[in-house]
Structures are given as C-alpha cells and as structure tokens.
Write a protein that binds this ligand. Structure first.
Ligand SMILES: [Zn+2]
Length: 83
C-alpha cells in the first residue's frame, strides 16, 4: 500500500486508491492527500453539491467544486491560475 504525506491531516498515511477526478488533478490529489481525508472530502462534496445546487455536467459548477475541494483539503492551486 502506498503511503502519502498528507497536506490536510499532516500525517503520513495510506494513499488514495480508485478514481479521484482523473488526469493531472488526480495525480496531484493522490500525491498530497491520504485515503481518510479523501473520504472526508467525498462526504463534504455531497453537502457542497446540494448546498450550491451544482450540476456537475456544467464546467463552471465543476470548477466551483474543485475550488471548494482545494480549500477544504489545504491544497492550493500551484499552477498559478488567476482567480
Ligand atoms: Zn490526511
């Protein structure tokens, strides 16, 4: 089992297995977030989707969710994209 130094709980714990949004973002998440915190975010994401009434087929809604995820997981966007 791969271990990861998690930026959310600041512990070295079991990494994420399975799907995590895909692509570069998935690689970043898997290198920075542990399994337990990912489960925590998954629970939180459902609340956020309901609260903001996000339609995940909408790219803007998807971006809102990713922004929320980065804030929640303490994983700021390091690619320097302007807000
Ligand atoms: Zn963690």
């Amino acid at each position: 089992m791969t271990e990861v130094r998690c930026v959310h709980c600041l512990q070295t714990r079991e990494g994420i297995t399975g799907y995590a949004y895909g692509g570069k973002l998935e690689a970043e998440i898997k290198s920075k977030i542990c399994h337990a915190c990912w489960q925590e975010w998954k629970g939180m994401s459902i609340k956020i989707i309901n609260e903001y009434r996000l339609d995940l087929n909408d790219p803007n809604a998807n971006k809102t969710l990713i922004d929320q995820m980065r804030a929640f997981l303490n994983m700021p966007d390091t690619e320097g994209q302007p807000k």
